[in-house]
Design a protein around this ligand. Sequence first.
Ligand code: SF4
Length: 256
Amino acid sequence: MLYDPVQRHLAVEKLVTCMGQEGQERKYYRIRPARWYGGIVTADCVGCGLLCKFCWVSDAVMLHPAEIGRFYTSKKVADRLVALARKRGLDLLRVSGGEPTIGKAHLLRLLDALQGKGYRFILETNGIPVAYDESYAANLSRYNFVHVRVSLKGCNEEDFAFLTGAKPEGFALQLKALQYLVDAKVSCHPSVMVSFSPKKKLRSLIQRLGRINPRLAEEIEIEELILYPHVVRRIQRHGLKYYTACTPDGVPSEQT
Ligand code: SF4
């Protein structure tokens, strides 16, 4: 039975956000420097409204968001990100892990706290909340230090449903998020998990993106499955077969 990706995001939001004295808080399970993008300080949040069969987060984080991590205020996350960035000499920050756009008030307050501090911020999202909340893209356009990476789950509706277990309409929502971001002039690009799709599907997707905006077709980032041991176990459990993949030590440079 396929689930509704919007309803699932809204349900997960109730588990991983709460109201505190300083506004909406969000659950995180770690804040750490990471090797991606040539070095980036990353806050890994808990909770996502999709259940991708290739997701790299642990089963505990993916399946038990109510039991994992702890609530942080926006200020506390901002302070931790900045402190780690200073310590490591890095100027790139991001929220990743689960879905960072869940808990909009928390995220916008976090961006307010980082505004003007001289960092660049990568927002990695599946795009679903940006599509169902039409004001989200306009809200993000206030922050010129933010770049949004919308991670497409496969090349079309069929792939999306197969890879996430969600209703296929979710794929159109991912594309709609890109449309809204482009319209709001938010810096953004699409990435796509291609490991489970034949090349002709990727070509069709690129044409489809080009119809939204030619720049999206030009700037698409190809994402390949990374064979972490727990990811291998997960895809085996789901009986997934892949066309391409890389080992954790052999990630192509354009993916790091
Ligand atoms: S959207 Fe990202 S975080 Fe959410 S389940 Fe898929 S891969 Fe994991």
